[in-house]
Design a binder for this molecule. Sequence first.
Ligand code: SAH
Length: 360
Amino acid sequence: MQKISIHDEDKLKEFLSQNKIPPFRYSQIENAIYKNFITDFNKIETIPKDLREKLKENFFYDSLEIDMQKTSENGQTTKILFKTKSPHPNPLLWEEREQYEYIEAVIMRHLTGRITLCVSCQVGCPMWCSFCATWKLGLKRNLEFYEIVEQIMYAAKLVNEQGGVLRNIVYMGMGEPMLNYDNVKKSIDIATAQKKINIANRRVTISTCWIVPGIKKFTLDFPQTSLAISLHAPNDEIRSKIMPVDHTYPLKDLMKALDDYVQKTNKRIFYEYIMINWVNDNIILADELWKLLKGRLAHVNFIPYNPWEWTSSDWFKPTPRFIIEKFQNILEKYWVVSTIRATMWDDIDAACWQLANKKD
Ligand code: SAH
């Protein structure tokens, strides 16, 4: 019989009721897993031994294994490479029965004391953004909700052991969250449930390259969760060149969906703008950008482009800092708020967008 993830609340409750186990046992298990970070069912001492045995027979805690874990020299960033068993092994690779896929998560410890986890939601990505390393893998599959939750639990436990608390999650790792909506939704529900991981809704951020129908659903389901949009250019002409998704959902459709989101939620949207030299950093674009965002609840996050051997456009270069600052000054004049994202992970290749499977 196939085992079930312990994070599957409905199935766990169903199992307990079928076995005539009183419902308070559920709370004890939940408490042990999420509050005491117990990973071995044998060690849940609040429940009887035979129930621990039953859990072991029917449920699993880890579907992911840790393949590698690396912390940057300054201690600010930890990159975790998870290995997951592919549910669809390639029959042509007959010599290797057990096939694995790799996904990554990154813990970022900011100088302010804030600790953020960047998680992956797909193995690979289908979006083909030309500056990004992940799509080179193609889309292998969606992650199950529990594979996302396991990344969070692993990091939460690690941070806890180091005396900290994980309070922020960004869905900015491998994959496009809006294309794995149901699993992402379930994982957010578990991350934000008070009796489970208990992360405040507004401290969870979904980053999307603007799949419009997904944003509409998201508005209804998660009015409190934060939204980041990978904008990267203020007009369709440039955007569509670097992000093919723009052909399907041009700027005007996106901005309409985002205006609806802001109207319903009154939440500020984060607009991510990678600065790539000679591609999207002509100073004229700063004017287009403030015109696009003026009057909207917006925060622009400029991301210095991270050159990376796997990107399709090897000639892409990061924009010099002074040009990014010029952009900022222009936006500021028109009351559009912006920041420049700090890069803190250079020595370990752990930028979220570099989460490509080097093992392939
Ligand atoms: N698919 C989602 C989430 C993953 S990308 C999305 O598009 O938002 C997370 C962020 O990293 C996005 O803003 C993405 O555009 C950015 N990014 C990708 N490649 C990058 C690179 N080489 N340098 C800097 N930022 C990059």
